[in-house]
Design a protein around this ligand. Structure first.
Ligand SMILES: [Fe+2]
Ligand SMILES: [Fe+2]
Length: 224
């Protein structure tokens, strides 16, 4: 029953930026695999989110970027190429985007009163907060950060670092990224769940076709 809305939001993102579109699908893919394993099931219980809510948090976390002006969206990864004023403008957009995502999703909550949207909004709003309290936009710390966002933080970092981005055509190797992430347990990442998510990511298969996965995944949202 949420299929149409989720598809519409992601289509909007695909229209402005295919890299962020596939980044969102890839993040959703890993979350959908995580909730199949025992650690993932435990995680859902402790985070008080359903399977579909958690996958939707992954799919929609960067949806606030649809509001970015094209030049910021397409240049934001090469800030050194911009002039001073445009660097400041770009930073504003970067810092604001989790709240932008929250706002877009809360529109659906306001319209329907359905807590499905509210729980997704809570997760996306905090997806750049760091466990030690030096993330953005609110500098939340430790358990102040909703657990769904603390979990997403690891998947988002992993997908971002291992895929092709505008500033780097050469994605980093998954094992190297995971090793680096291990050093961020307790600072960037939730130490308890971080360890479990890193272990999961060490063994999980990457997607064969994100488009095919997405088509199938959308069927879950017909009945949620
Ligand atoms: Fe983000
Ligand atoms: Fe992201």
């Amino acid at each position: 029953m949420y299929r149409k809305e989720i598809q519409q939001l992601l289509n909007d993102l695909a229209c402005v930026d295919d890299i962020n579109y596939y980044h969102s699908l890839r993040t959703g893919y890993y979350l959908s695999r995580f909730v199949e394993v025992e650690a993932g099931k435990q995680f859902l219980k402790q985070a008080w989110v359903t399977r579909n809510e958690f996958v939707a948090i992954g799919l929609l976390h960067d949806i606030g970027k649809v509001r970015w002006p094209r030049e910021v969206l397409l240049a934001s990864e090469r800030l050194r190429d911009l002039g001073r004023d445009r660097v400041l403008q770009a930073w504003n957009y970067i810092i604001e985007h989790p709240l932008g995502s929250e706002e877009i999703i809360m529109e659906y909550y306001k319209k329907t009163g359905n807590r499905f949207w509210e729980r997704i909004a809570q997760g996306v709003a905090a997806h750049h907060e760091n466990y030690a309290g030096d993330g953005y936009p609110l500098r939340l710390k430790g358990s102040e950060i909703p657990l769904s966002a603390r979990g997403l933080r690891l998947f988002d970092y992993f997908t971002g670092a291992t895929e092709v981005r505008r500033h780097s055509k050469y994605p980093r190797r998954p094992q190297e990224v995971l090793q680096f992430m291990r050093k961020g347990l307790g600072t960037h990442f939730d130490p308890y769940w971080g360890e479990r998510i890193i272990e999961f990511l060490t063994n999980v298969q990457p997607p064969q076709s994100l488009d095919q996965w997405y088509e199938k995944e959308l069927e879950h949202f017909l009945s949620s």
